[in-house]
Design a protein around this ligand. Structure first.
Ligand code: FAD
Length: 419
């Protein structure tokens, strides 16, 4: 898909220049010309009074067989890989091997002076690392990362690109998908690959237009599953006509592979074409907020409080509990919405997905949206005064009682055990 100026109709009025948020239109004399910064956002089409700008190429068939290998955006910050990158390398490895023996799992490292991270990617399963380094990529900016990743996608044509659903992944993936004119499924909780997936879907789903699909096409398809309608049903989404297929996956959902120290793989150094003029924001300072100190994703023990705390002071007890057992404080959305605690503590569908060794749910009913973010925890302990609370259906251990009596007792027992 592209935006095109119809030369005969363009009057050189420059209204499209003013409407374009991406500086993607220049004037060549009296003719508007679209440049490579265009994101096909349509603003110029709406702004043009002469109907001189149109969208083209919607029906261009993509050669699916030209795309190969599974890519993971191996997100790093300050030269340290995010845990989710390693989880996705594990998942990507599984998917790549299901597609075919010669499909590679590639970790894409973007930054500056980050080559040392390649070994860690290999150790967790990456067969190839695509290294994209430049001083302009030292800190994440949407413009720079989008440009270099889109350029690399055009160059190497990956079949599938997976990103962690982190703040950066959620910002980057839709930009890249739009530039590549492909689909993106956000917040996947499950990915599956089946060689005949298109045929299978065509059989089951009569609304899918199969006329453009060739059943003999050897290309594989990915089935991307994510919660929909507030978590009440799971939607499985496919991307049958365009490539790369793209998904974001929440941290903590996929499994890392066992680390193989000293594992080696192929290194591809991709020299990015990036200039300061490609970047529209200037980073003046990076201030690490106290909020970022809550690391629910990596926590082994989480003590979460919900509306059952009754008021914000209840989190003082939860904090005391968490400090005692070496955990971090989580919360339900009801507690966040009530203004009792910051959103960075929220566990669930619209909060963080967690997978600790022990999850304590204190005064939390167990709504499906909360369960979506914690039900894969190794052990769940629920404390609730209502014996019929749904949280007990997923709990390994349930304590029916007033949390203000139960938690101090646990703390006391803990103290006794330590003496
Ligand atoms: P409640 O449902 O009110 O439960 C309070 C519980 O505390 C009750 O079970 C009660 O028996 C118990 N209780 C009360 N007093 C005591 C006491 N003294 N001792 C022990 N137990 C006590 N929710 C999330 O958590 N995370 C999300 O990410 C999220 N995303 C959402 C996204 C959408 C689109 C929607 C529609 C909703 C979302 N929700 C989310 C909200 C969710 O549906 C619930 O409203 C919320 O989880 C309820 O929080 P709660 O369990 O703390 O409160």
């Amino acid at each position: 898909m592209a935006i095109q100026v119809i030369k005969d109709k363009c009057k050189g009025c420059k209204l499209c220049l003013k409407a374009c948020p991406f500086d993607a239109i220049e004037m060549d004399g009296k003719l508007a010309v679209i440049n490579e910064k265009c994101t096909a956002c349509n603003q110029c089409i709406d702004a043009c009074p002469f109907k001189a700008i149109e969208k083209t190429g919607d029906d261009e068939a993509v050669d699916l067989s030209a795309y190969k290998n599974v890519w993971v955006f191996a997100e790093q910050r300050n030269g340290k890989l995010m845990n989710v990158a390693l989880e996705l390398i594990g998942e990507g490895y599984r998917l790549a091997k299901e597609i075919s023996a010669d499909t590679k799992i590639c970790a894409v490292l973007i930054g500056d002076n980050i080559g040392h991270l390649a070994d860690e990617c290999y150790a967790y399963g990456a067969e190839e690392v695509i290294l994209i380094e430049d001083p302009l990529l030292k800190n994440y900016t949407t413009d720079a990362y989008t440009k270099v990743l889109v350029d690399a996608c055009h160059e190497y044509k990956p079949e599938l690109v997976i990103y962690g659903a982190t703040h950066i992944g959620r910002d980057l993936a839709p930009r890249v998908a739009a530039r590549m004119n492909t689909g993106l499924t956000a917040d996947c909780t499950r990915l599956d690959i089946k060689v005949s997936s298109y045929i299978e879907y065509a059989d089951k789903n009569t609304t899918l237009d199969t006329s453009t699909l060739d059943p003999k096409d050897p290309s594989t398809g990915i089935k991307q599953t994510r919660p929909a309608f507030g978590g009440n049903l799971m939607a499985t989404i496919i991307c049958p006509k365009t490539r790369p297929q793209m998904s974001t996956v929440r941290p903590g959902v996929m499994q890392k592979r066992d680390k193989v120290e000293g594992a080696k793989g192929e290194l591809t150094v991709y020299k990015p074409q990036i200039a300061e003029s490609d970047i529209h924001v200037k980073i003046v300072d990076i201030v690490k907020s106290a909020k970022e100190l809550v690391s629910l994703t990596d926590a082994e023990i989480i003590c979460s409080g919900g509306r059952g705390l009754g008021d914000p002071s209840g989190f003082e007890l939860i904090k005391k509990f968490a400090d005692k057992v070496g955990g971090v404080v989580g919360s339900s959305r009801a507690a966040v919405d009530a203004g009792w605690i910051d959103h960075s503590h929220q566990v669930g569908q619209t909060g963080t997905t967690v997978k600790p060794k022990i999850y304590f749910a204190c005064g939390i009913s167990g709504a499906i949206q909360h369960l979506a973010g914690m039900q894969t925890s190794d052990i769940i302990v629920a404390i609730n005064k209502d014996p019929d609370a749904p949280i007990f259906e997923v709990a390994d251990f349930g304590i029916v009682g007033d949390l203000y009596k139960v938690i101090p007792q646990i703390i006391e027992e803990w103290d006794n055990a330590e003496e």
